[in-house]
Design a protein around this ligand. Structure first.
Ligand code: FAD
Length: 533
């Protein structure tokens, strides 16, 4: 009997078995003809990337846990996850041949590096005579379709976006694949015969190169945990129906929002399933809150940014990005390092940045506070620098959402009320008057009384000694005076906006934000596109 052909599903994001149309396609085809096909769901792991990708230890751990869980889910379906080590361009030619692959499926991805990678793999597949099928399932709406329905460009405002998607049908989640039979198990290839474990999912040691950087494992990775968290979040229906983002707290000790973002980022949880389950709850509560502030509104923000990002390959940089204001940010290594490591001397800002480093997740309004502080509020440093730090530390780091929100917060795109600046003192007090959040993440200040924990510089030296934390010795002096710098920065924003307006009207052609000669802002010059994990 002639050897069977192999059907391959390639996992990249979409690390789940539920609502995964490209995976279901492979399973259904195999089930319809068991004598003809065997199945290999794969993940390509390029270990060279471990060294140079901007991914912190916590996110590597999340990925490792996700792959382990995915393997377990696939074993329930009588299959397993085959983790193939190498780069896509070296892996695919080998497996196409060795495994007699006839079909390759995957979920589409809008990120520029992924589009390039996928084009190259499609070329290799064509050369090898392998059919390729790609399905869109990372978002509720297909960004390409939204762009098409908006006359060929991405909607520039949320309201416009809503008016476009209102008229689109929402794709329903597809069924989880049916179990395969033993006949679908592929025969061992040469590599497996030499080492039966060669395709096993990676261990924590293989992925986490700097284990000393691991924080508490508050949000374990994987589909099982993502689905559990979804059900837990939606179980309190009154909370869901009344959800209004501005009324949630940036500095509660336990999250005041769902923390489903890391699961959506890796596709452990389907956004379409989240949407479907949410709509079922909302139908039972007709007086529910509405977008943009509702929980549905949050999911639609994700769709909004994905659509915009799909239309701009330079979405993650200022220069050459059609959405982005050109603002003459300045570089200041010392200030950037202080912000990055939670040493600005502003306890609320430092607590947020330390929570981010330890736990990999911070509340949306906490992200607002630190992003505004770094850019137009206080430090006048480019949003691209903040984006890089978030890229490393966030569990939910997402190319489209990270860039889109940084542009929003720095008033570079989508939001233009730059004169509305968050106070690094008053903002946190609104939801945590006693400073419990600061005490947790900036323990040096734990003995400061509520009255001065947000502004330790207001305490006398003797009081600082009494509280066991002297500024300049045990905790830094504030690096800028917010009251002074934020007013100067508003003036700079006014000037930059004026220049941008003039450039748009064709009055000025140098398009440099109006500063003439200035220090080059490094990251905008970075031209190579890197993969993100
Ligand atoms: P919930 O309030 O429970 O919302 C549910 C889901 O809606 C989220 O999981 C998320 O997928 C989506 N969502 C909510 N708010 C937004 C938003 N403003 N934009 C887009 N989608 C949203 N989110 C990321 O997932 N990845 C990022 O890299 C990222 N970077 C950000 C950078 C900055 C500077 C800012 C201000 C925000 C960023 N966000 C990012 C958006 C937002 O802060 C997070 O999605 C949210 O806080 C995640 O928590 P949650 O799951 O509890 O959200």
């Amino acid at each position: 009997m002639e050897a069977k052909n192999t059907l391959v599903h390639w996992f990249r994001k979409g690390l789940r078995v539920h609502d995964n149309p490209a995976l279901t396609l492979v399973f259904n085809k195999a089930l319809s003809s068991p004598t003809q096909f065997c199945v290999r769901p794969i993940f390509v792991l390029d270990s060279a990337l471990l060294e140079w990708l901007r991914v912190g230890a916590n996110r590597w751990r999340f990925l490792q846990q996700t792959l382990a869980d995915l393997d377990a889910q696939l074993r329930e379906l009588n299959s397993q996850l085959y983790v193939v080590r190498g780069t896509p361009t070296t892996v695919f030619p080998r497996i196409f041949k060795d495994w007699r692959v006839s079909l390759l499926t995957y979920e589409t991805d809008i990120e520029p590096y992924a589009l390039n990678r996928d084009a190259e793999v499609q070329r290799l597949a064509k050369e090898a005579g392998v059919k390729v099928d790609a399905c869109c399932s990372h978002t509720i709406y297909n960004p390409e379709l939204v762009i098409q329905r908006n006359g060929g460009s991405a909607p520039l405002t949320y309201q416009k976006f809503l008016s476009v998607v209102e008229k689109l049908k929402v794709a329903l989640p597809v069924a989880t694949p049916t179990r395969l039979s033993v006949e679908h198990k592929p025969p061992k290839d040469d590599m497996e015969q030499k080492d039966p474990n060669c395709y096993l999912f990676p261990t924590l040691e293989e992925l986490v190169k700097r284990p000393e950087e691991l924080g508490e494992n508050k949000f374990p990775g994987g589909e099982t945990e993502g689905l559990r968290r979804l059900e837990a979040s939606l179980s309190d229906e009154s909370w869901v129906a009344a959800f209004e983002k501005p009324n949630t707290s940036p500095n509660s000790l336990e999250p005041s929002t769902t923390v489903l973002s890391p699961y959506l980022k890796f596709g452990c949880l389907s956004a379409r399933l989240f949407h479907q389950r949410l709509m079922t709850v909302l139908k039972r509560h007709p007086k529910h809150s509405k977008p943009p502030v509702s929980l549905l509104g949050q999911l639609l923000w994700r769709e909004f940014y994905y659509t915009a990002a799909a239309s701009e390959p330079n979405f993650d940089r200022m220069i050459g990005n059609k959405f982005c204001m050109q603002i003459p940010w300045e570089s200041n290594e010392a200030h950037l390092a202080a912000w990055t490591h939670g040493r600005t001397g502003y306890p609320f800002i430092d607590a947020i940045m330390r929570q981010l480093r330890q736990e990999g997740w911070i509340h949306h309004l906490a992200r607002h506070a630190v992003a505004c502080f770094l850019t137009r509020g206080d430090l006048w440093i480019s949003w691209e620098e903040g984006q890089k730090v978030f890229e490393e530390l966030l569990l939910d780091q997402d190319w489209a959402l990270n860039a889109g929100n940084w542009m929003w917060l720095s008033a570079s795109a989508f939001f233009y009320q730059y004169f509305r600046v968050y106070s690094p003192v008053a903002f946190g007090k609104k939801t945590d008057a006693t400073g419990a959040y600061i005490r947790k993440y900036v323990p040096e200040l734990a003995k400061y009384p509520a009255g001065c924990i947000y502004e330790p510089w207001k305490s006398s030296l003797s009081a600082q000694r009494e509280y066991g934390c002297v500024l300049g010795e045990d905790y830094p002096h504030r690096i800028v005076n917010h009251e002074i710098v934020h007013k100067e920065n508003i003036k700079r924003m006014t000037a930059a906006y004026k220049v941008n307006r003039e450039v748009k009207q064709g009055k000025n052609s140098d398009n440099d934000g109006g500063k003439g000669k200035r220090k080059k802002v490094g990251s905008s010059a970075q031209l190579t596109k890197k993969p993100r994990t």
